[in-house]
Structure formats: C-alpha cells, structure tokens
Design a protein around this ligand. Structure first.
Ligand code: SF4
Length: 500
C-alpha cells in the first residue's frame, strides 16, 4: 500500500463533522501526494476569488498550486527566504511531529495552505484566511488554528490572523473592480487557545485511519449543511430497521426517537397525526397514498395555457455582472413546457453560458414565450416567484409582465405533498424523490443531477479557461436537466389526476 499523504486542514474539518466520512474520503481518494487545498478548495469560484484578492494586493506573489506538494513547499520556502516581505498567496507548509501537550507523542504530518500571508514586521506575518461566505463559522476559526499550529511549527512567527469574508453590501460597478468586496475580521485572540488542540486532533484522525471503516449511525450531519456524498453507501450499510422513524418529515421523528422508537412500522397509526399515519400506512402496505379527488380539484383550477416552468440560477460569491451583489440569484436558464387546453405542448428554453449578463436575455425570452393569460406552474414555486420579482427589478423594461408572471405562478409541490405519497419517497417530496414513483424518469442518468450541480457547471462554463468543446458539453447537459424538470412536473400532474 502506498504511503499515506499528510493530513490536511480539510481532513480535520471532516473528522469533526464525521469520522466515517474522513475514513471513506481518504480511502477512496487516489493515494497520491497532493498540495493541501485552501479553505475553499473545491469551491467553484476559488480561482476567481483568489484572483480578486490578488488584484487588491498587486505586490503579492502567488505560489503555484499544482499537484506536487514538495514543489509548492519548496517554492514557499524560496519566497520566504528572499526576505523581501511581500504578501504571499497560497503559501504551502508541511509539519511533522507537532507535540501533543498531554502525552508529548509526536502527531502525524499535516500540510496546509495559507490563502495569504501579509508581512507584519521584520520577521512576523499575518495569516489571512479567505472565506467565500458572509459570516465566520466555528469551523473557520478551527481551520485558522490548524494553520497557525503548522506555520509556527515551521518557524513562522504569527503576529495576527484575519478571516476575510465577503461584504454583503458590495455592488459591482465596474468590470473586474473588486475593491470593497472583502470584510476583514481579526481573530487571533479567538483562535489562540485552539492551536494547542491540533496535535490531539491529528492523532484522533490517525486513530480513525488505523481502524476498519467506523460504523457510525446516520443523522442530521449526513444532510446538513449539504448531503454527504457517501449517503448512498452509508444508507445501504446502515444497521437498524429498513424504515426508520427518521423518515417522518419536518422533524416529526424527533419525539418518537425520544420515546425510544426506531422502527417506523412499530408506530400505532391510531396514535399519531393523520399525515404521519398516512406515511406509516403507505409504508406498511407498499401501496401509494393517493387523494385523487383532492389533486383533481387543486390542479383543475389552473387555467390554460399552462406554463410549466423551472429556472436555474447562479448566486456567485464574486459578482460577475454590473449592478449585482455577492450571492445574488442570477437566472441563467429556464425551461418551459407550454401546454394548451387541447393538450398540445411546445417546449421553450433559454440558456446563456457565454459569460455575458444573462438577465436581460432571460427576461426577453420569458416575455416572448409566455402568453399574458398563462398560468405559470413551478415545483416549490417560491424560488421561481423570487427570481421573477428580482428580474423585474433588474430589467425594468420588462418589469410589468415579469411581475404579472410572479403573481400568476402556482405551486405543484403542495398538491403533491397533500395528495401523493409512495414509500420509496422516504419522507421527501423533492421532485427527485417523487419522480421515480410516478414516471420512468430519474436524475441519475443525467450528467447534471441537481440545482447545485447546475450552478457549478454554469460557473465552469463561463470560466474563460473552459474550452469551447467543454462549454458545449455543459450546455447540452444543462438543457437536458432543466428540460427534464419541467417535463417531470407534467408527468407528476398527470399521475396525480389519473386513477390507477
Ligand atoms: S453519510 Fe453520514 S455517516 Fe456516512 S460518511 Fe456521510 S456523514 Fe458520515
């Protein structure tokens, strides 16, 4: 077996979230030596945000973050050795033998990347952690502590530590002008006491890796703040009942857990709320719950033409288009199936992946495609309404029709929630959960499988370094994904209003 690569700050974050995830990540990833990724490694805007920070510090130097860890460490040492006291981006360090304060045993090696080092004096530096978020999180403080421990072990004197978050009030006024984008928070006093914990955390990570895969139970940490990529694996190998009480939605499971129930099927249908009883009954019988009359009544009120619509939007931390702010939702795509009273359906779409501001084109395409008397139908429609209202503000020439569209938008999801449940949904009414029970369609065979992935692909497509061929591939994948979203709504509505 090849030698293990040093732990990274990301590994220690992962250990805190779930030791099993650490074990899985390090055992499935290629056993090659990698440069430690910065705090926002994997963030689709990493390079652009670093570039904006670099542009605000033109005298800074950037260490190349290629795959060769030792080369990055050597380059860092070379720059530090020149002693010219210029800011350094992506400085890479590796430390072995951090001392455990209790046992004095040496901890395993760890490598970190300092997003920025600012000279603070003759021989000291200020560590800057760039966080593509509006607020500091506890994990960010811990990550700064990991880095201070490593840098100090490498002989770097730390005079200060800053977490640089995104300023929510920033508005892009000129292309590429990002002065004022960041807000600095001095945190050395808040993290100093955490630095001593780092050797112990490293040894805990090492202990996890020495053992077989930990059998830890599933829990809220598996889906919050984002679904863990090992969820299918852990679900398949989860001990316990096939239908756990945690299936009950909206936190309804908590009281049953407190009472000692694990198995959904052990609940007495007569002692629980009607909605929970419906879930238990559908799970027990294997037959879906279907309120045909309720669905017909709700959907029958939606007049024709019906505009089944879905938006994809990007909310980049780094505003790209004039007048936009950090994390503002900017629609770059919609799919629209337009259904007439005679049953005929036409498909319309909009997609802008060339990097230009997509808002005006999106507004024009909506106004051109959607009749003034159409009912707009979305799934979880709050998002579509907010996109339309924001677009009305941003493209005032089309404000009136866009606001009218927002007013005419109805929501299919509450109808599904009250009129349909199949046990395969496992307590979820997301389109991905519902669709397999009503149609021979799923998202697994698509290259783009969800909204977050659509946004990532879009940001990749508009990146100037993306080739034309890759951009075309992404466009095709985005079109297929968004089109499926609106077609799926039609199939779901048909199933809801049709007797078995
Ligand atoms: S699915 Fe849950 S238990 Fe499994 S690795 Fe991920 S966070 Fe850990």
């Amino acid at each position: 077996m090849p030698a293990r690569s040093p732990f990274t700050s990301h590994d220690l974050d992962t250990l805190a979230a779930c030791p099993r995830r650490l074990w899985l990540e390090r055992n499935v990833q290629a056993e090659t030596t990698q440069v430690a990724k910065p705090a926002f490694a994997g963030h689709p805007e990493r390079d652009q945000i670093l570039h904006a920070a670099l542009a605000a510090t033109p005298e800074g130097q950037r260490i190349c973050d290629g795959p060769d860890l030792q080369a990055a460490v050597n380059e860092t040492n070379r720059h530090l050795g020149h002693n010219d006291h210029r800011p350094l981006f992506n400085a890479c360090f590796i430390a072995a033998g951090l001392a455990d304060a209790v046992t004095h045993d040496p901890a395993p090696a760890i490598t970190v990347t300092a997003d920025m080092l600012l000279p603070a004096g003759e021989d000291s530096w200020i560590l800057v952690e760039i966080l593509p978020a509006l607020r500091i999180r506890e994990r960010s403080l811990e990550r700064v502590a990991h880095k201070i421990a490593v840098l100090e072990r490498c002989g770097i004197e730390i005079a200060g530590a800053i977490i640089r978050t995104i300023n929510p009030d920033f508005v892009l006024e000129r292309p590429g002008e990002y002065r004022g984008l960041f807000s600095d928070h001095h945190v050395l006093g808040r993290v100093r006491h955490l630095v001593n914990d780092v050797p112990g955390i490293l040894k805990a990570a090492q202990a996890v890796m020495k053992e077989p895969e930990p059998e830890l139970p599933l829990g809220p940490h598996c889906t919050n703040p984002a679904p863990c990529r090992f969820l299918p694996h852990c679900t398949a190998h989860a001990p316990g009942p096939q239908w756990p009480v945690t299936i009950l939605p909206d936190g309804g499971w908590k009281k049953w857990k407190r009472k000692g129930y694990d198995d959904l099927l052990a609940l007495d249908e007569h002692e629980i709320k009607p909605r929970e009883a419906m879930i238990v009954a559908a799970t027990r019988s294997g037959r879906p719950f279907h309120d045909l009359e309720g669905a017909r009544e709700a959907i029958g009120q939606w007049t024709y033409p019906r505009a089944w619509i879905d938006f994809e939007a990007a909310s980049p931390a780094l505003p790209r288009w004039i007048g936009t702010q950090p994390f503002q939702q900017v629609p770059f795509q919609f799919s629209l199936h337009l259904e007439q009273a005679d049953g005929s359906i036409s498909h319309h779409e909009y997609l802008c992946c060339d990097g230009s501001d997509p808002r005006k084109g999106c507004a024009q395409a909506l106004v051109a495609a959607i009749p003034v008397d159409a009912t707009l139908i979305a799934y979880n429609a709050g998002f579509e309404r907010s996109v339309l209202r924001r677009l009305a503000r941003d493209v005032p020439d089309h404000a009136a029709p866009l606001l009218s569209m927002a007013e005419r938008t109805v929501d299919l999801q509450p109808v599904a929630r009250s009129c349909w449940y199949h046990r395969a949904q496992r307590g979820s009414w997301s389109m991905k959960a519902v669709l397999p029970s009503v149609a021979d369609l799923d998202y697994d065979r698509l290259e783009v499988k969800g909204g977050a992935m659509a946004q990532d692909r879009f940001l990749e497509a508009i990146d100037p370094s993306t080739t034309r061929e890759r951009r075309q591939e992404i466009e095709a994948a985005l079109r297929a994904y968004c089109r499926q979203d609106t077609w799926a709504m039609i199939l779901l509505a048909r199933r809801l209003t049709t007797a078995a």
